[in-house]
Design a binder for this molecule. Sequence first.
Ligand code: PGA
Length: 245
Amino acid sequence: MLLAANWKMYGSPAQLAAYCEELLPQLEGCPHQVVLCPPFPLLPQAVMLCAGSEVSVGAQNCHWAREGAFTGEVSPYLLAEMGVSWVIIAHSERRKLFGETDDTALARAKAAQEAGLSVIFCVGETLAEREGGETLSVLQRQTGVLAGLDPQKLVIAYEPVWAIGTGHNATPAQVAEAHAFIHERLQELTGQAVPVLYGGSVKPQNAGELLATPGVAGALVGGASLDAGSFFAIIQAAPVAGAKG
Ligand code: PGA
């Protein structure tokens, strides 16, 4: 399974050092793939601390150009050169708060893959969309742009917006339905099976059940990933069948 920690805009150098000191020794021989995504300025430290460990490092966004006059943006080529191997694209906070669209998200994902990064591409419906019976049509639209991407360097994260940071995770039945739909879509669009993670209020208490749900290949964890102990408990709850080969 793939377990990714999305630190969002939290953390500090001291926190990262303590986190890695606690987590990395516990992960020796871990059968799962673990990705740590701290804020941009902490990436070099994370790459250094995680070198030779079971943990890969990811960014939380990147631009679609190699370089240029784009003040405040970060090139995927720079990330790759620095030893970052993953990037989260189209997180719902980017979509909702920073104007990310399906098309800009696709441009970022394409450039990231061209730079050699693997992409965790986020999709998911809002509460109003779910209540309006539009969940599957939203997922259909959000995944519709993905046909041109390299399926070998692509993971989808199904993150219902209403479940993110709210403490209300989706039920296994809701997760199973969405994951089955996304699997079918990605197979249709890319000709290959693409892993689908679940994200949204994953915690040590619900991780076992969510990760055992059919079609779930891992988790994208926000709040509960900030504490090394609770992220490790989530990793430990992941079933070993279907782990990285
Ligand atoms: P959460 O966030 O685990 O805090 O709900 C998940 C995410 O935003 O990726």
